[in-house]
Design a protein around this ligand. Structure first.
Ligand code: ATP
Ligand code: MG
Length: 417
């Protein structure tokens, strides 16, 4: 894409009321637009990143047997009354609305109830299980605090997967597969080194659940971390008893701020019993299905990447989530040869399936570099009088900064590697 055609522009200032670093940078660089507190629109560059994050998650969920669907945001009270969660006491972030003809609807905050009811129409025998079902779906939550930019919004996409198993063992096996898949996702998203599987309480269904916590001072959570053993526990389970079970003690742990980028949760038979999701086992006995839920917020993950990896010049995207793999920058001035060479390179990249954001604008070099630093595309190619004279194009990485001159003839090979 030619940058001269991109409708968004970078800005020097973020809105005055915006306190979160992720939102300040993403707004200044033209990735998102703030509609109101807790609600952001995704602009072309931002949508590309969000789609990349979702692609990574989708690939990893498909690998462990996930089947994708899309449930409605509109929720009928009936199904939620069966589990007792229509009540504002049970879920305190509901957005609810009156229907004109009478009656009420809610906007889904999560989807255990409708999916369990739906599965009950398809599952009847042990042969129908296990099943793993997920979606990327817009959730609505009337969050009290919305000061963390895109990391806590009132409307957000969630990847929510639900597992339906016949036995505790079958459930556990998938639960561990999903935990591995989550670590793979956070690694591909560039925050693997910062993200820890963290013991959390499992509510009434199970002793533990797991959160995936990314270390950052912008985090709203506090966790206790054993760096050497890569064991972390959250506040709820930071007790001598639990720590002893994990073979660690308080003195060995660091108290750190972290962002919950995902979590996985045993549900037991709470929802299957409430909504009548049962199956006949090999002996013909009727049993409730054992469930688990597995969430990741792609928007929160995108915000977390910005919080953790940005430097004093702007955003730094890891290659798999970068809005474009390449930022091609022409420093041409009035030099027609440089312009022609940059145009030629842009076409060559396109022919080879490498999408570039091409800064073809007629502005000063300093401005182009400042914008490129702010936008944060992972690999930069510069064509200028100097690089022409040296017989190639200058390649650099946004995260490492070091540059190399690569001859035109091998640039495609170089980038593909
Ligand atoms: P938190 O404790 O931070 O409110 P949660 O326990 O409510 O999170 P879940 O209901 O388990 O979170 O949602 C699954 C995932 O969805 C979270 O791990 C997070 O990545 C994301 N998420 C939750 N709430 C929001 C929100 N308001 N805005 C953006 N992403 C969110
Ligand atoms: Mg919450």
């Amino acid at each position: 894409m030619r940058q001269s055609q991109l409708f968004t522009k970078t800005r020097r200032e973020a809105p005055k009321d915006e306190v979160a670093k992720n939102a300040q940078l993403l707004i200044r660089a033209g990735f998102i637009h703030k509609e109101m507190a807790g609600a952001y629109s995704y602009l072309p560059l931002g949508l590309r990143v969000l789609n990349n994050v979702q692609r990574i998650i989708r690939e990893e969920m498909n690998k462990i047997g996930g089947q994708e669907l899309a449930l409605t945001a509109l929720q009928s009270p009936a199904v939620w009354k069966k589990s007792g969660r229509w009540d504002d006491e049970a879920i305190d972030v509901w957005f609810k609305t009156q229907l004109k003809g009478g009656g009420e609807l809610g906007l889904g905050t999560t989807h255990e109830e409708p999916l369990t009811a739906l599965m009950a129409e398809y599952v009847s025998s042990y042969k129908d299980l296990p099943r793993y079902v997920y979606q990327f779906q817009t959730k609505f939550r009337n969050e009290l605090r919305a000061k963390s930019g895109i990391m806590r919004t009132r409307e957000f996409i969630m990847k929510d997967l639900y597992s339906f198993s016949r036995s505790e063992d079958e459930f556990r096996e998938f639960y561990e597969d999903c935990a591995e898949a989550y670590l793979a996702i956070f690694k591909r998203a560039g925050i693997g080194d910062y993200t820890f599987r963290t013991f959390a309480s499992g509510g009434s269904f199970s002793k533990f659940s797991d959160e995936f916590q990314a270390l950052s001072d912008a985090g709203e959570d506090t966790i206790y971390l054993h760096r050497g053993k890569r064991i972390a526990v959250n506040r709820e389970v930071y007790t001598d008893g639990v720590l002893a079970e994990l073979g660690i003690s308080k003195g060995e742990l660091e108290e750190v701020k972290a962002i919950e980028v995902g979590n996985i949760f045993p549900l037991g038979t709470r929802f299957s019993e409430a909504l009548g999701l049962t199956f006949k086992d090999e002996t013909g006995a009727e049993k409730p299905v054992i469930m688990g839920s597995y969430g990741i917020g792609p928007g929160r993950l995108m915000g977390t990447i910005v919080e953790i990896l940005a430097d004093d010049k702007g955003i730094v995207w890891p290659s798999e989530v970068s809005p474009f793999p390449v930022h091609l920058i022409a420093i041409a001035g009035s030099n027609k040869d440089v312009r022609a060479e940059a145009d030629r390179l842009y076409d060559l990249l396109k022919e080879n399936g490498i999408e570039a954001l091409y800064d073809d604008r007629d502005i000063r070099a300093g401005e182009k570099f400042a914008d490129a630093d702010l936008i944060g595309i992972s690999t930069r190619l510069v064509v200028s009088e100097k690089t022409l004279a040296e017989g190639g194009v200058e390649v650099s990485s946004r995260s490492e900064g070091q540059t190399a001159i690569v001859p035109d003839s091998t640039i495609i090979q170089h980038l593909k590697r």
